[in-house]
Design a protein around this ligand. Structure first.
Ligand SMILES: Cc1cc2nc3c(=O)[nH]c(=O)nc-3n(C[C@H](O)[C@H](O)[C@H](O)COP(=O)(O)OP(=O)(O)OC[C@H]3O[C@@H](n4cnc5c(N)ncnc54)[C@H](O)[C@@H]3O)c2cc1C
Length: 470
């Protein structure tokens, strides 16, 4: 008889686990989702004649086998697109990743020379032996020099995560290729090319919208004897000693219990902590101290066929409220009506930030002002807006997060048949390809008879090496 596995959360993290577990043929898989739809932030949704994603999402991976898995699952539903993205600086678009030659044109010779000297200084320091960086700020200054840091990386990091001097260096490591100082400079000078490990030259995209990837996983799970249940309110995890034996709650407000042999969780750690320990004061402080940023997406609709030449553009400067803009129809023109387009502008903030407190109308107005000022849009072309807000999406690695996370893992591992996965579930700053890798790793190792705690510990080490490839 098949063993039972309940997976909490039907974002790409939970669904990947469900998909690979179902593929082993050894488990009866049930994925429980709180929302009325599946896919989490990798879903697509319909609005005003468009199919929209939650900001720019591409499929790319440098993890062996992950792209093959996705191609096997999706087949001819995938488009292959050349990547076109830029950074907007001082009123100009420059190539991203940065190249010094382009920066020189945009910044003028004086600033350019300063940046060059900053690099040279850090390079010389590096030859003498740099101390291990203690923060994101120190990491980036060592790698790019203070002038470039202050011009681009500091304001962008401040917008996305807040307070770069209080961020753990891991935040930089996950986003910046780990090549040596000279290699970075050669790439900046355009002498050495970026590699597929540091910069995707092409990527895959599901022609029906990014959400077709999680949807394909739902369909596979259901076609192979599993279930994916939405509108679930998980209220309690029943335990027999160290073993979780059932998930108790309601589906569509009707009581529902799910017996299980293993539990895989991709839901936020504080929620999981409360389900496991109630409000046990000894356990919860470290979980509650794990910081997250909220995500805001402002979609602007315009009476133009297309507005950009790039798929997405980064905006480090503080005068723009968004940190990135993305044009959905650049992925596939069929995702919106002819003669109209939609730009998704994303940024992050805290619960008490003015951006989170502001009305949709104010956010839309400030976003439109920014797009007009940047020369991407004329106000008279705007036909509407739509705002989405997601609490606690971006893990924010502060300087003590490693110790806090260790405590949290130790406490949660009291449950001997529990595993974590996904971006939110593992408190790991990652992309969907990493979520696919985590699901595959869990399924392969669990089905090989390994103890969940061993799989968990190895997975923690594995995710520590993940990199986001721009
Ligand atoms: C703007 C932006 C751009 C991005 N670009 C890319 C990109 O280009 N490429 C890429 O690969 N990735 C990209 N990502 C990252 C990608 O979106 C994430 O890695 C991925 O969505 C994480 O999936 P997840 O399942 O961990 O989390 P989520 O998508 O948040 O899923 C968690 C799920 O759990 C559910 N849930 C929460 N609480 C409960 C509960 N109590 N009970 C049951 N269910 C619950 C939620 O409703 C949700 O469906 C981007 C993200 C953003 C925001």
């Amino acid at each position: 008889m098949k063993e039972k596995i309940v997976v909490l959360g039907a974002g790409i993290g939970g669904l990947s686990a469900g998909y690979f577990l179902a593929k082993t043929g050894k488990y009866e898989v049930t994925v429980l989702e709180k929302a009325s739809v599946t896919g989490g932030l990798c879903a697509s949704f319909k609005h005003d004649g468009f199919t929209l994603d939650y900001g720019a999402h591409k499929i790319y991976s440098v993890i062996p086998g992950v792209l093959d898995e996705i191609q096997n699952l999706m087949g001819d539903k995938l488009l292959t697109l050349p990547k076109k993205n830029s950074l907007f600086l001082r009123g100009h678009l420059v190539d991203y990743p940065l190249k010094l030659g382009n920066l020189a044109k945009v910044l003028g010779m004086g600033t350019f020379m300063q940046i060059g000297l900053g690099y040279a200084l850090e390079l010389a320091r590096g030859i003498l032996g740099n101390p291990t960086p203690k923060s994101y700020q120190e990491y980036m200054i060592q790698r790019f020099g203070r002038p470039a840091y202050e011009l681009v990386f500091e304001p962008l990091a401040d917008k996305v995560w807040g307070g770069p001097d209080t961020l753990h260096p891991e935040m930089a490591r996950a986003r910046v290729p780990a090549s040596g100082g000279i290699e970075v400079i050669l790439k900046l000078l355009g002498i050495k090319k970026e590699t597929a490990e540091t910069n995707a030259e092409f990527f895959y995209y599901p022609r029906a919208g990014f959400g077709d990837l999680p949807q394909a996983m739902v369909e596979y799970i259901e076609a192979n004897g599993g279930q994916v249940i939405v509108n679930t309110d998980v209220r309690e995890l029943a335990r027999d000693g160290a073993k979780i034996t059932a998930v108790r709650g309601a589906v569509d407000d009707k009581p529902a219990d799910f017996e299980t042999d293993y539990l895989v969780s991709s839901i936020p750690l504080p929620v999981l902590g409360r389900l496991l320990f109630g409000s046990d004061a000894a356990v919860l402080p470290s979980i509650d101290e794990l910081a997250f940023r909220h995500l805001v997406l402002v979609y602007i609709f315009a009476e133009k066929d297309l507005l950009l030449e790039d798929q997405w553009i980064f905006f480090p400067e503080r005068e723009y409220i968004f940190s990135r803009i993305f044009e959905q129809k650049q992925m596939n023109p069929e995702l919106g009506p002819a003669g109209r387009t939609a730009i998704a502008c994303d940024f992050t903030c805290n619960e008490d930030s003015w951006q989170w407190q502001a009305s949709d109308e104010e956010l839309a107005q400030k976003t439109i002002e920014g797009l007009v000022k940047g020369g991407f849009l004329k106000e008279e072309d705007v036909s509407g807006y739509y705002v989405t807000r997601t609490r606690n999406f971006y893990p924010r690695y502060d300087l003590t997060y490693v110790e806090k996370m260790k405590q949290v893992s130790n406490q949660l591992q009291e449950a001997e048949n529990l595993l974590l996965t996904g971006r939110i579930g593992m408190y790991n700053y990652n992309n969907s390809d990493h979520c696919v890798d985590m699901g595959r790793f869990i399924a392969e190792n669990l089905s090989a008879g390994r103890a969940p705690v061993d799989v968990w510990n190895e997975l923690e080490q594995r995710v520590a090496d993940y990199k986001i490839v721009d």
